[in-house]
Design a binder for this molecule. Structure first.
Ligand code: PXG
Length: 292
């Protein structure tokens, strides 16, 4: 069945969901996006995703033509139109149609589209066995050039790193900051467990303020596990007891080797498993209802 896509106020069949070649989202990657999940008839952490979207828009002086209530309704309507209860939602706001110059002044109205589809889950064995990672040579964008907190449509830096991981035959890779600290992976945040404590890199070195990252910190605190933001390098990853990644699509996923070194005993660790279970419980019980 063809998906119905929300495009600028209308729900249209996917083959009619087209945007202009003069849209600055296409010409320059000028725009922002969100990847959101719905579980069991509820949208998970919708408010946090909207905060990130509207903050990014403010930073870019991008005037989203829907307020938060209208945006929420647009997301829920798209899910309802496609009769979805468990879904991946891609929400995109571009600068809109302009001319062939960088200046967004002539872009009169941002384009908004929402795709909601069945989620393509990672293979179960990734969770059972854990992932192998490499360290990518492509650095994460310097936050002085582009703030990583803005989830912009310009993902080339992550795409180049992703191509490195594919060529190495692994599903993800660590991206370092320009000063060689571990920042995050190509589309997920990173956590280490060392001596029973959780550490993740601070946001200021240029990683995305992941919603799943934040939820993980909250769940750790509820379990009495200390969680802190600290700078670390690849050596600390190699020597960690456990390592896992977090993201909306991947949820919490264990890592068992990095650059050929086994992490801990080379199997998914107990803290990773316990946080993953707590995350699964939370996603089944919390969220904005789609069907009232
Ligand atoms: N870091 C980056 C660079 C991301 O793009 C995350 C971390 C995790 O954030 P959330 O809020 O989802 O916990 C993301 C997530 C993909 C893909 O295909 C990933 C993301 C967006 C689009 C595609 O892996 N973003």
């Amino acid at each position: 069945m063809a998906l119905l896509i929300y495009l600028d106020g209308e729900l249209v069949p996917e083959e009619q969901a087209k945007i202009s070649v003069f849209d600055h989202g296409v010409l320059y990657g000028d725009g922002i996006f969100e990847g959101i999940r719905a579980y069991n008839g509820r949208v998970f952490r919708l408010e946090a995703h909207l905060d990130r979207l509207y903050d990014g828009a403010r930073a870019l002086q991008l005037d989203i033509p829907l307020d938060r209530t209208q945006m929420t309704e647009a997301i829920l309507e798209t899910l309802r139109a496609n009769q979805l209860r468990d879904a991946y939602i891609r929400l995109v706001v571009t600068r809109g149609v302009g001319d062939l110059g960088l200046d967004p002044q002539k872009c009169l109205r941002p384009t908004v589209f929402i795709i909601a589809d069945a989620i393509e889950l990672y293979p179960e064995e990734f969770y059972d066995k854990g992932l192998e990672l490499i360290t990518c040579s492509t650095r994460r964008n310097d936050p002085a050039a582009l703030d990583a907190g803005i989830k912009s449509l310009n993902y080339l830096n992550n795409i180049l790193a992703k191509m490195e991981t594919t060529q190495a035959g692994v599903p993800e890779g660590i991206m370092l900051s320009s000063e060689d600290y571990v920042a995050e992976c190509t589309g997920v945040n990173i956590f280490l467990v060392s001596s029973g404590k959780l550490i993740t890199p601070p946001l200021h070195i240029g990683n995305l303020a992941g919603i799943t990252r934040q939820v993980t910190i909250e769940l750790a605190q509820q379990q009495g596990i200390s969680a802190s933001e600290e700078l670390f390098r690849t050596k600390e990853v190699y020597c960690a007891d456990e390592c896992f990644l977090t993201g909306t699509a991947a949820e919490l996923i264990p890592v068992v080797t990095v650059d050929g070194r086994s992490i801990g005993d080379g199997k998914p660790g107990p803290i990773t498993k316990s946080l993953r279970e707590a995350f699964a419980d939370l996603t089944q019980s919390e969220g904005t209802p789609i069907y009232g």
